[in-house]
Ligand binder design. Structure first.
Ligand SMILES: [Zn+2]
Length: 477
């Protein structure tokens, strides 16, 4: 392909505060329409906004985690435009002096690691929501979302494929989850993404005319919309059609983007400083405090899983991709110090079960201590690895302990050598030819004999013990 896409992403994240950005209304999702409102978020004349300190702190945490320089000044602007879901006819946002600038996010691509620069991270408030009557000609407005605290994270146009866009969003979401500043639930609208895309000939460095694509409600939709736009703009260039700067809406049913309106420029919004929120300077060491309080982030955690716990790069990568699973894993290691074995069980049987029930590791009835208990039973020889695979399903279903299930079902493995010796002698007598084959050097023959003893004990024998007994008895022949 002679062209390459040039993409910048604007991600809106709803912060996880208890109350809205500038008033005391709840941020709880849902509720009867307009029940989570007050004169401030309804834009009544004479009301005054007050900045939510928690929202500011969470914004600073995100800015620091993506390596942005945090400004010591906090200043808000009014972004003026009319829309029926915007009661004040302006949105309080940040403009020429955003909270933070010049960060970056490292993403994994097919060709290795790539750094996507982050232009700015700033705070703003959300608008309400229009609900269009189905089949009718009325629209309703719900202001419950009006004034919700948002963070806008704007990337530089460093993304050069739909896959990179998908990866950037995935890695950014993971980071936000680790910071615990948003539930990042796209279905509830707490994570939204708009994409700016233009194309250029490969090897060129200039930027073409961009289209802004909106209305994508999953990372997959972002990828599909960018694939479509890339094709569309490539065709325009080939046929000599002019690409216009515009906002386009993604239509998931048709799999296309369609022109919505010509794109506004910043000056269309007549930004001016918000007179009701006086600019202020961040006092003392708030930013340094938050820097110190940042949790261990995914990359660092992955490095520790490899370095200190001896996991493979692949295992560590899979575990850190889901914070709940990684937390579960670490908790488990506290009770059973064989990280590799725990990771095998988590990535195998446990995650297969949880995925099938659409559960997170944190919601599992099988607690880390329970999994550790089961693995200890295997180590002690009381049950086989194969038995453990059945027992773990019951533990996941019921939350019962391994020991209880083993005794209830009489499942424990026979490790009593006296009992096993009897079975071994019987087996050798019944399979004289195979026994002879083993003595002549056929190692496979022993496997067969072990299998026969397992059969006699209905799978309850400890295979390692059976193996040893058979070898001892045969060597004496
Ligand atoms: Zn309110």
């Amino acid at each position: 392909m002679a062209y390459e896409p040039v993409v910048g992403l604007e991600v809106h994240v709803q912060l996880k505060t208890v109350s809205k950005m500038f008033c005391g209304c709840t941020t709880e999702f849902g509720g009867a329409p307009n029940s989570h409102t007050c004169p401030v978020c309804l834009g009544f004349p004479g009301t005054l906004p007050v900045l939510n300190r928690r929202a500011l702190v969470e914004a600073i945490r995100v800015a620091l985690a993506v390596g942005c320089k945090v400004s010591d000044k906090v200043k808000f602007h009014r972004k003026n435009y009319f829309y029926p879901d915007l009661p004040k006819d302006y949105q309080i946002s940040q403009y020429d002096e955003p909270l933070s600038e010049n960060g970056h996010l490292k993403i994994k691509t097919g060709g290795g690691e790539k750094t996507i620069r982050i232009k700015r991270v700033h705070m703003e408030e959300d608008a309400g929501k229009l609900i269009h009557e189905e089949g009718g000609d009325s629209s309703f407005v719900d202001f419950n979302r009006s004034g919700m605290p948002l963070l806008e994270i704007v990337s530089e146009p460093d993304i050069n494929s739909p896959e990179e866009a998908y990866q950037y969003l995935t890695d950014l979401k993971l980071l936000l989850r680790y910071l615990d500043v948003s539930d990042c639930d796209m279905e509830k609208g707490s994570l939204r993404c708009d994409a700016n895309i233009s194309i250029r000939k490969k090897g060129e460095t200039g930027l073409g005319t961009k289209a802004e694509v909106k209305n994508m409600n999953s990372f997959k939709a972002v990828k599909s919309a960018l694939e479509f736009e890339f094709e569309r703009q490539s065709k325009c260039l080939e046929t000599g059609e002019r690409i216009v700067q515009e906002t386009r809406l993604w239509n998931p049913d048709k799999g296309i983007t369609a022109s919505m309106r010509s794109k506004e420029e910043a000056h269309d919004y007549r930004y001016f400083p918000e007179p009701d929120l006086v600019p202020f300077t961040l006092q003392g060491d708030l930013v340094d405090e938050e820097r110190k309080n940042l949790p261990e982030l995914p990359e660092a955690r992955k490095g520790r899983f490899i370095g200190a716990l001896g996991l493979s790069g692949y295992d560590a990568e899979v575990l850190v991709q889901d914070k709940a699973t990684a937390d579960y894993f670490e908790e488990c290691v506290k009770f059973y110090n064989k990280p590799k074995i725990i990771s095998n069980w988590l990535m195998g049987d446990v995650s297969a079960y949880l995925n099938s029930k659409n559960l997170s590791a944190g919601d599992s009835k099988l607690k880390p201590q329970g999994l550790a208990g089961l693995l200890k039973e295997v180590d002690s020889g009381k049950i086989s690895g194969k038995m453990a695979k059945d027992i773990i399903i019951e533990m996941l279903d019921t939350g019962k302990g391994a020991a209880a299930i083993i005794s209830e079902k009489g499942l424990s493995q026979i490790s009593d050598t006296g009992e096993l010796e009897k079975f071994a002698e019987e087996t050798i007598a019944e399979n004289a030819k195979t026994a002879e084959d083993f003595l002549k050097g056929k190692d496979n023959a022993l496997m067969f004999l072990v299998g026969q003893v397992m059969k006699k004990t209905k799978g309850k024998a400890n295979p390692a013990v059976v193996n040893k007994i058979l070898r001892d008895k045969l060597s004496k022949k």
